[in-house]
Design a protein around this ligand. Structure first.
Ligand code: HEC
Length: 99
């Protein structure tokens, strides 16, 4: 019975580590947006801020840039560098930042 508990604990620990690794990965992707959209999406005046915007709206814009449906100068190329799931994770990340 005791061994079972250890195995369970080890399993939970593994899941926590994996979740942390995913958060770290998203922060690395988000850092690639910081040059233009500011740290964690807090842009300088005159540039699109991403922090605290609606998650679905951000994702839709990113998918529309990727497909070319939405006009853009830079975001076509940038959005094509990410899978749809990665864009979804980025949209969720920026939506979760305080404005
Ligand atoms: C080199 C500068 C640059 C980088 C890097 C960049 N963007 Fe953009 N972004 C822009 C520009 C410029 C626009 C306005 C549309 C256009 O002309 O491409 C924009 C627009 C957007 C918009 C629409 C904002 C709105 O509310 O209309 C979103 C969402 C977005 N970018 C997300 C991202 C994400 C996510 C990343 C990182 C993966 C990123 N951008 C990296 C320059 C950049």
């Amino acid at each position: 019975m005791k061994a079972y508990r250890y195995i369970l604990a080890a399993g939970l620990l593994g899941a926590a580590t994996l979740a942390q690794a995913q958060v770290d990965q998203i922060e690395v992707w988000a850092a690639a947006c910081a040059n233009c959209h500011g740290t964690n999406g807090h842009a300088q005046p005159g540039m699109e801020a991403l922090a605290g915007k609606d998650k679905d709206e951000l994702l839709q814009k990113l998918l529309d840039y990727k497909s070319g449906r939405k006009p853009a100068t830079l975001m076509h190329q940038i959005s094509k560098g990410y899978s749809d799931d990665e864009l979804r994770a980025l949209a969720a990340y920026f939506a979760a930042q305080k404005k």
